[in-house]
Design a protein around this ligand. Structure first.
Ligand code: AN7
Length: 336
């Protein structure tokens, strides 16, 4: 499959001879979830965005943002990140021959994401502060330095990410509601743009973690906290657009607890065979807590792969069974 810039070129702000930095992103599976469908009494689908090249939906926006940076003659890109944007920016920068710096909250990003950013050769800066402070600082820095900012304040990010909405409608034709985790609020804004371009309007149900729920509270959260480190964000950059999207779609923004997120995370892995990262499970946690509200067909966006965050997984899952190397012991171990 070609990357999404080639698939959707006529709907993106790029011309045929513009440079394309691609890793074959997009065209991710949308799978039916039989167990969840039964639980909420509607038809539930899971959009597996963790199957993008670096393991998250960020690649959709990053192929466009980095391609635009190359087109503009940029030599370097930078972002603030809770982890996935950093991994994606680092990979696409490597691919496009640009240097990359990422600023992440010290000690608060999942190990897989850190490994990716480092392996792709990014300069990884661990900020003694949170994501919101990191974003404020990179915005100020890019005002002073000729470095392209590839956070979702960059409009090309949203252009790329809107293509996920196209794919869902291509496959299902109609959709009543979309459940989606909300952090910096770029993705929900992008989906709404994508749906609007197709003239469809599913209800947008956005979910934030209870300890990092500025949109739900209607005010900034200065010290956001949640086990879902990807959405540990207290002052989303796309605040107004996201609220407008939810209002225009007759949707909602609501909070889910860390316990609910982890329970949905385990259920997805154990019952649906889908391993996503904790932040992604917020979409399903919200659906389980608040119900489908009459929507007959629902899609939940699973934004990142479970392998991103092995520590949380190992902490949540059952332990391994030690065993001596003989048949009796193995038999006992296997049968329990
Ligand atoms: C798995 O990587 O903000 O509401 O810096 O990694 O568009 O921010 C990540 C966000 C959901 C929230 N799920 O999306 C970053 C970053 C996962 C994420 C979100 C993120 P937005």
């Amino acid at each position: 499959m070609p990357g999404l810039m080639e698939r959707y070129r006529e709907r993106l702000p790029f011309c045929a001879d513009d440079p394309v930095v691609s890793l074959g992103e997009g065209t991710t599976p949308l799978v039916h979830a039989p167990h969840l469908s039964e639980l909420v009494d509607s038809e539930v689908w899971l959009k597996l965005e963790g199957l993008n090249p670096t393991g998250s939906f960020k690649d959709r926006g990053m192929t466009c943002a980095v391609s635009a940076a190359v087109r503009e003659g940029a030599k370097a890109v930078i972002c603030a990140s809770t982890g996935n944007t950093a991994a994606s920016a680092a990979a696409y920068a490597a691919r496009g021959g640009l240097t990359c710096a990422v600023i992440v909250p010290e000690g608060k990003i999942a190990q897989g994401k850190l490994a990716q950013a480092l392996m792709h050769g990014a300069r990884v800066i661990a900020l003694r502060g949170n994501f919101d402070q990191a974003l404020t600082l990179v915005r100020a820095l890019t005002d002073r330095q000729p470095i392209a900012l590839v956070n979702s304040v960059n409009r090309f990010r949203l252009e790329g990410q809107k293509t996920a909405a196209f794919e869902i409608i291509e496959q299902l034709e109609t959709l009543d509601a979309l459940c989606i985790p909300v952090g910096n609020a770029g993705n929900i804004t992008a989906y709404w743009k994508g749906f609007a371009e197709l003239d469809v309007a599913p209800r947008l149900f956005g979910f934030q973690a209870e300890g990092a729920a500025p949109l739900v509270l209607g005010k900034r959260v200065d010290q956001p906290e949640t086990v879902a480190s990807a959405i540990r964000i207290g002052n989303p950059a796309r605040w107004e657009e996201a609220m407008e999207a939810m209002t225009a779609s007759r949707g909602m923004v609501r909070a889910v607890s860390d316990a609910e997120i982890l329970s949905a995370y385990r259920l997805l892995a154990a019952r649906e065979g889908v391993f996503c990262e904790p932040a992604s499970a917020a979409s399903v946690a919200g659906l389980l807590r608040y119900g489908a509200d009459g929507a007959a067909r629902v899609a939940c966006v699973l934004t990142g792969h479970g392998l991103k965050d092995p520590e949380t997984a190992l902490h949540q899952a059952g332990g391994v069974i030690p065993c001596e190397p003989n048949l009796t012991a193995v038999e006992e171990a296997v049968l329990g």
